[in-house]
Every structure is written in structure tokens, then in C-alpha cells.
Ligand binder design. Structure first.
Ligand code: DQA
Length: 143
């Protein structure tokens, strides 16, 4: 079965207690279980990871590039300003692998600073606003 990295950026480890009106009541462990299970139904192995560190997230992108893995990434707040993450993401898409940017909420309906994504321009595609289903839809696309 094809392996996919599902990478989550800062503060997503606090799902469930963090602004549930925006991000829903599912906690991070629940998201991991849900995404892993859906992947298996689609014939994929999803490795779901979360970090608050930009450096660690970039090192995981390198890992995906080196192992020719597709990536589903919720860059969280890094979405809006991390040129370093964008430069790393290019390694995936320029190599012909897929990088799907996902968001639980729809950032375009929220504060102005969330309307900009420095990642979208180098992503294969973007899925936002469907809660955990944003991840499920990305998995379906990769499958
Ligand atoms: C988010 C949206 C971002 O603006 C925010 O910083 C996050 C989560 C989402 O999944 O909706 O941490 O990426």
C-alpha cells in the first residue's frame, strides 16, 4: 500500500479544546484515528504527525521528497507567513509528487491575515472548510 505523510503544524495538537466553535470538537488523537482509518479504506497508509516546530515540519517535507511520498499538510499558522516552508514544499511538487494543503476551517471567512497562504501557490491543490473531511477529501484525491 502507498504511504502518505499527513503533516500538521502548530497548535493542531490542541484540537478539541482549542476554539471548538471554529475547529470542531474532535481532538488530535481523534483526527489521527479518523484519517488513518479512512486512508486504509482507500488503500493508503497515512502517517499522521503534528509539530509546533517549523524546522521539524521542513525536515518531514525533506523526508517525503527523499522517499517520493505524497503529502497532505495543514500548515496551520505557518500557512500565512512561512516562506521557508513554501520553499521546502516546492521540493515535493517540482519532483512530481502531490502536496495537498488542507484546513479544517475556511480561512477566507476569517481574519484578513488568514486570507493569504504562501503555500497555496506551490501546492497541487487546496481543500478548506470541511473539518476533518478536508483531510478525507485529500486522501480520496490521492487514492
Ligand atoms: C487552520 C487555519 C489557520 O489559519 C490557523 O492558523 C490554524 C488552523 C485550519 O485548519 O483551519 O492553526 O490551518
Amino acid at each position: 500500500m502507498k504511504k502518505v505523510l499527513v503533516l500538521n503544524g502548530p497548535n493542531l495538537g490542541r484540537l478539541g479544546s482549542r476554539e471548538p466553535d471554529i475547529y470542531g470538537s474532535i481532538d488530535y488523537a481523534g483526527l489521527q484515528v479518523s484519517v488513518t482509518a479512512r486512508a486504509l479504506e482507500l488503500g493508503l497508509i497515512a502517517e499522521v504527525r503534528q509539530t509546533n516546530s517549523e524546522s521539524e515540519l521542513i525536515s518531514w517535507i525533506y523526508e517525503a521528497a527523499d522517499e517520493s511520498l505524497d503529502v497532505i499538510m495543514n500548515p496551520a499558522a505557518f500557512t500565512h507567513y512561512s516562506y521557508a516552508l513554501r520553499d521546502a514544499a516546492v521540493l515535493i511538487t517540482k519532483a512530481g509528487q502531490s502536496l495537498i494543503e488542507v484546513h479544517l476551517s475556511n480561512p477566507h471567512t476569517r481574519e484578513e491575515f488568514r486570507h493569504t497562504s504562501v503555500i497555496s501557490g506551490v501546492a497541487t491543490g487546496v481543500i478548506a472548510g470541511f473539518g476533518v473531511d478536508s483531510y478525507h477529501l485529500a486522501l480520496a484525491q490521492l487514492a
